[in-house]
Design a protein around this ligand. Structure first.
Ligand code: PLP
Length: 429
């Protein structure tokens, strides 16, 4: 099918802020499980989409959506059992003392609210994020997204710390003191924040540093960082939009993998299996303090249809034992990726966990010069030609990102690995 007319209509109507992946934009019209189909009927393996967390168009989720949409949809100002049941289900598994849920439609809204709450209850204004972070699109969360605007425009209340990149960062995997040294860098930034007159209200951490990698942090670093922020009166906000919902493997939440107990945890993308549903969750003490002066109402957040969908997604994860699948297939995929890295010089590093993997692509393994964005677009397009959909991330856009729906199978992994193996030699470096 010729997509040129649709591309022209799209750019005329939607404007230039909308972008397409790949040299030739994909026109997807259908999905099922880990497969998607384009308008010509060609099937692709989806190695990228975490929003369709339990697989595209899962029957149980679609059924729950249709049933509730055909029954009633209102909002959280009326009593409805659905939203309460979703909250109760989530609270069973949330880390530490987190036991109160506020539902929103997007991760941006959840993070925005999290910072508003942190500022209110601590009485402090500073916020700490990582270099090249991404936390959303609202006025506030855009400021927290240091990958989205020039560093000269950073507000004074923002402290930006070095993410623990053990392949590219200042301290690397061969340094047993790396965690302590990254922590020391963070301390220095916190001191500078205070010298500018701002004590921290919160640190917001994407626990897989998606826009940098993904990255795996030394445990002592993360635990030390949380203690340091708390010592200065700030809260810990775990942004688990990317890392949560079994994505990181071993546990439902990456916070538990790192042994940290956040004060606030946010999530979004995977919760609705494609439907807009997101979460700001916190402790009873924090929400009690906040609600002395504030109410929160989000017209669509936590509506009965969203709640039914959210519950259905959790049921699928439990009924199909998708956490075990992430552990099993994730380990298999990792082994295959490391095998590929041993044969392809352009794979500088393999980093990730669960079903979230990144290949840090280099022009030269000695210098670790990253592949250009143009070369990465080419690589993505070569993979599409092989019938495999991937993404990119990283500070230079140099990481080939594999973050498929959670039911990803070993056969799917084999297909992805074979496609990468075939595509890399065609990439003219
Ligand atoms: C780590 C992280 N936090 C927050 C967001 C914002 O979520 P949303 O796009 O639902 O507003 C994203 C989106 O990509 C994200 O990756």
């Amino acid at each position: 099918m010729n997509n040129q007319k649709l591309i022209a209509r799209r750019s005329k109507t939607l404007g230039p802020t909308y972008q397409n992946f790949f040299d030739q934009p994909l026109h997807l019209v259908r999905g099922a499980g880990t497969a998607v189909w384009d308008a010509d009927g060609r099937e692709y393996l989806d190695c990228y989409n975490n929003v369709a967390s339990v697989g595209h168009c899962h029957r149980h989720v679609v059924q729950a959506l249709c049933n509730q949409a055909a029954t009633l949809n209102t909002h959280t100002r009326y009593l409805h059992a659905g939203v309460v049941e979703l909250g109760e289900k989530l609270v069973e598994g949330l880390p530490g003392e987190i036991e109160v849920c506020i539902f929103t439609c997007t991760g941006s809204e959840a993070n925005d609210l999290a910072v508003q709450i942190a500022r209110q209850v601590t009485g402090q204004q500073g916020v700490i994020v990582s270099e090249a972070s991404y936390h959303g699109v609202s006025e506030l969360t855009r400021r927290l997204s240091t990958d989205s605007y020039p560093s000269a425009d950073r507000p004074e209340w923002l402290a930006v710390i070095e993410p623990p990149n053990l392949y590219r960062g200042p301290y690397r995997r061969d340094d047993p003191e790396a965690g302590r040294k990254y922590l020391e860098l963070a301390r220095q930034e916190l001191d500078r924040l205070e010298q500018r007159g701002y004590r921290p209200a919160a640190i917001m951490i994407d626990l897989i540093w998606d826009s940098n990698g993904p990255l795996i942090a030394p445990k002592d670093y993360l635990q030390g960082l949380c203690s340091e922020v708390r010592k200065r009166g700030g809260l810990v906000i775990a942004d688990e939009v990317q890392s949560g919902y079994c994505r990181s493997g071993r546990n439902w939440w990456a916070s538990d993998n790192y042994g940290i107990t956040p004060d606030i945890l946010t999530c979004g993308k995977p919760m609705g299996g494609g439907h807009p549903l997101a979460l700001m969750s916190t402790t009873r003490a924090i929400i009690k303090d906040y609600s002395r002066q504030h109410h929160y109402f989000n017209t669509f957040g936590g509506n009965p249809v969203s709640a039914a969908v959210g519950k259905a997604v959790i049921e699928v994860i439990e009924n199909e034992d998708l956490l075990q699948n992430v552990n099993r297939t994730g380990a298999y995929l990792e082994a295959g990726l490391r095998q590929l890295a041993s044969r392809h010089e352009s794979i500088g590093d393999v980093q990730g966990c669960g079903l979230f993997w990144g290949l840090d692509m280099v022009a030269d393994p000695a210098t670790r010069d990253p592949l250009t964005r143009q070369q990465m677009t080419r690589l993505g397009s070569l993979l599409v030609e092989q019938g495999v959909v991937t993404g990119t991330s990283g500070r230079y856009g140099q990481v080939l990102k594999l973050r498929p729906p959670l039911p990803f199978s070993k056969n799917d992994a084999d297909r992805a690995l074979a496609a990468i193996d075939a595509a890399l030699p065609q990439l003219q470096l």
